[in-house]
Design a protein. Structure first.
Ligand SMILES: Cc1ncc(COP(=O)(O)O)c(C=O)c1O
Length: 364
């Protein structure tokens, strides 16, 4: 049993992928080529947005989206305490001040009520992280932000294809904020065969900035309008993503099916489940126990692969610990310390899930 099995997932389309890669090699169309443009168009369409800009990875996507806003130095940026470090590092690298906010109890996403308490005159941006594939409550946030000039960036690195069930229009991840940032790291719901990322937006001004910024500030060769960086999605990764995008909804459905079985069949009183909404695309399925070490050892003993996403909230990361001294984020700490990610390989059979649930139900 595997936690994730990327090779088996892609096996049926490897022939097509290899053919496409071969064509790119024959045409030497490696950087910002035809396939990158094609993928950008398709991915924008998938996200119900006007523009997508491919880039090197999800971390760069966040950094570039923040830079596009051109906020005054030290502006305050609200983000959840529980996310992958990239969300925080992008804020710091852009010269802004991170303000951490706790997640909701038994949920992987930021607490909108807590955001409300942390908004000041200096707050210029809120980063919504759709952690584990669960969309943040965007419509609830919008009500709070009415008449405030605060931008929203979605960190959608883990949530390709998810949407906000609380919004009337069922807004898709990637179409809610001013911009949305995606990662195509291989293990993501939509993953490349190396690093990759994208920024999605409806805003032409941000689009124009990032298209240049990702390419050394240049849209036309040798004309540098900005001091940019080199963060481009190469044609080979784009062609792989184009092929895999066609199967994203199919595999998301399979993830949902696995999660449904976990929801129904795990009945152990020592193992509690998070509140996921019906729109979640389950990048991870995380359970909480009060005896996490014992639980993980038990899984290991029973040959059930597991993961941790992530072992510490941002405030406890050694490199930034000083920044958040004396700050407490109770729900984030519980999720980080007591959470364990169960196998979410979309190809797991019902029989595998039943076995996992049976074993988990015997844990004490
Ligand atoms: C929530 C979140 N944000 C940002 C990133 C960064 O993406 P990348 O690894 O492509 O730089 C990740 C990747 O794991 C992530 O999970």
């Amino acid at each position: 049993m595997k936690f994730l099995d990327l090779y088996s997932q892609d096996k049926p389309i490897l022939n097509i992928i290899n053919k496409d890669i071969n064509k790119i090699i024959i045409n030497s169309d490696f950087i910002l080529g035809k396939k990158t443009r094609e993928f950008e168009q398709e991915f924008a369409r998938y996200c119900n947005s006007k523009f997508a800009i491919g880039c090197g990875n999800g971390t760069d996507a966040l950094y570039m989206a923040i830079k596009a806003l051109n906020l005054p130095q030290r502006s305050e940026v609200i983000l959840p305490a529980m996310t992958w470090c990239s969300t925080l590092f992008a804020v710091i690298q852009a010269g802004l001040k991170p303000i951490l906010v706790d997640i909701e109890k038994n949920s992987p996403t930021i607490s909108i009520d807590e955001i409300k308490k942390k908004i000041t005159k200096k707050t210029k941006l809120i980063i919504l992280v759709h952690l584990y594939g669960e969309s943040c409550k965007f419509s609830k946030l919008k009500k709070i932000l009415k008449n405030k000039n605060i931008k929203i960036i979605e960190d959608a690195a883990q949530a390709h294809g998810s949407y906000d069930v609380s919004s009337k229009k069922k807004l898709k991840v990637g179409s809610m904020g001013d911009m949305a940032c995606f990662s195509f790291y291989p293990g993501k719901n939509l993953g490349a065969y190396g690093d990759g990322g994208a920024i999605v937006t409806n805003n032409k001004k941000y689009y124009d900035f990032i298209v240049k910024f990702r390419n050394m500030g240049s849209k036309i060769k040798h004309e540098h309008e900005l001091i940019g960086i080199n963060s481009r999605l190469d044609s080979i990764q784009a062609s792989i993503l184009l092929n895999k995008l066609k199967y994203l909804d199919y595999f998301n459905k399979k993830r949902k099916f696995i999660a449904k079985l976990y929801n129904e069949l795990i009945t152990n009183k020592y193992v509690s489940k998070l509140n996921y909404s019906s729109s979640c695309v389950y990048h991870q399925y995380v359970v909480i126990t009060s005896k996490p070490k014992k639980f993980r050892n038990y899984l290991k003993l029973n040959k059930i692969p597991f993961g941790r996403h992530y072992p510490e909230p941002l405030n406890n990361l050694k490199v930034v610990k000083k920044m958040f001294r004396n700050k407490k984020y109770k729900n984030s700490e519980i999720l980080a310390h007591n959470g364990t990610s169960l196998p979410i390989n979309p190809l797991l059979r019902k029989k595998d899930i039943l076995k996992i649930c049976n074993i988990i139900n015997k844990f004490s």
